[in-house]
Design a protein around this ligand. Structure first.
Ligand SMILES: C[S@@+](CC[C@H](N)C(=O)[O-])C[C@H]1O[C@@H](n2cnc3c(N)ncnc32)[C@H](O)[C@@H]1O
Length: 336
């Protein structure tokens, strides 16, 4: 059966189709295309660069922890394309990352220290208490009807003293000079407003990004909570090279986002989501208005002292395999 998740309604709440299955059979709540479907893969990779250039893949204190060469376990919840995990493994060969998602990432060659599980995390985490040194959660609110419960599970599986890293998009466009975005960019504001309503209709909080700090504050067992809010250009209007680049990445991602949201918007009752979205994209051609968006970022620790990891022959083996498996580019050889 050919089903295009960017263009067709799957019927009922079955909004996604991948590898021969409607995703409603696994989870009804996530209704965006899976990360392995182009162009969703490209959209997520563009936004990955935005997060990385504005806030880093990890904060300095976690980089220090992971640089001690000891075996560390990391959980990437809703790992999507796996891009974050692969970059982390490249930088820190001593770590092992477990990626969890509803669908397989678009990767054919896995480094030995990246394992992947298909699992619906609204059903909780499948791991024992106190297993991971770091838990990473990025941009998964569109599949989490109970974001608080998801965070609580993340804290349960963290080792005492381990780090919880969370980033979420705010879906509320603004203008750099503080003027009214609805006046300056009415079409983009309207279509994102519809998207927020479509999320609410599905009992998903469209403002997880806006309220990220209080979501994390309400989870027990955390300490040293640091929240930061990052402003990102929506178009390449800035002279600053980094902001210009992330503005370009955002505009490229925005060009794809209409397709990402199409099924949800149709299901929400929009009769012409493409037309409305195209009008929004048209507004982004103009660099003068300086549109911006924000994402929230939290770094927190689980209460307790992080003890040294037990010697872990499995993880140490991975590290050695990584070194042996690298080709001249430093990347893992594909045995095929
Ligand atoms: C917008 S993507 C972000 C992917 C990745 N974290 C990133 O930042 O590039 C959201 C991801 O969360 C996954 N996801 C959504 N709901 C989920 C659930 N209930 N259980 C596991 N993964 C879920 C989706 O399949 C998708 O890959």
């Amino acid at each position: 059966m050919n089903f295009d998740p960017f263009n067709e309604l799957g019927g009922g709440s079955a909004l996604r189709f991948d590898e021969g299955q409607f995703f409603s059979s696994i989870q009804d709540d996530y209704c965006l295309p899976v990360a392995s479907h182009s162009p969703e893969t490209e959209r997520l990779d563009y936004i990955h660069d935005v997060y990385k250039y504005h806030a880093g893949n990890i904060p300095d204190e976690v980089a220090i922890l992971l640089s001690d060469g000891r075996p560390r376990r990391i959980l990437d919840v809703g790992c999507g394309t796996g891009r974050w995990a692969l970059e982390m493994i490249e930088a820190f060969p001593n770590i092992h990352i477990t990626g969890v998602d509803l669908a397989h990432p678009p990767i054919t060659v896995f480094p030995p220290n990246f394992s992947f599980e298909i699992h619906d995390v609204t059903k909780g985490q499948e791991y024992e208490d106190d297993v991971f040194d770091v838990v990473h959660v990025r941009d998964i609110h569109a599949g989490m009807p109970d974001y608080h419960a998801m965070l609580t599970e993340c804290v349960r599986v963290l080792r005492p003293g381990g780090y919880l890293l969370v980033k979420e998009i705010e879906w509320v466009p603004a203008v750099l000079d503080g003027s009214d975005a609805q006046e300056r960019f009415p079409a983009i504001c309207a279509i994102l407003g519809s998207f927020r309503n479509a999320l609410s209709e599905r009992f998903l909080d469209p403002l997880v990004g806006v309220n990220l700090e209080s979501y994390v504050d309400n989870v027990s067992g955390l300490c040293d909570v640091h929240y930061s809010r990052h402003m990102v250009p929506m178009t390449p209007w800035s002279d600053d090279p980094i902001l210009n680049y992330t503005g370009q990445m955002t505009r490229l991602a925005m060009a794809i986002l209409g397709g990402t949201m199409r099924i949800m918007l149709l299901d929400h009752g929009e009769s012409d989501p493409d037309g409305r979205y195209a009008a929004g994209i048209e507004e982004l051609r103009d660099l003068l208005g300086q549109p911006i968006w924000y994402f929230g970022s939290v770094v927190a620790r689980k209460e307790g002292e992080l003890s040294d990891p037990e010697p872990d022959a499995e993880l140490e083996g991975y590290s050695q395999e990584m070194d042996e498996g690298k080709d001249e580019t430093g990347w893992i050889r594909d045995e095929d």
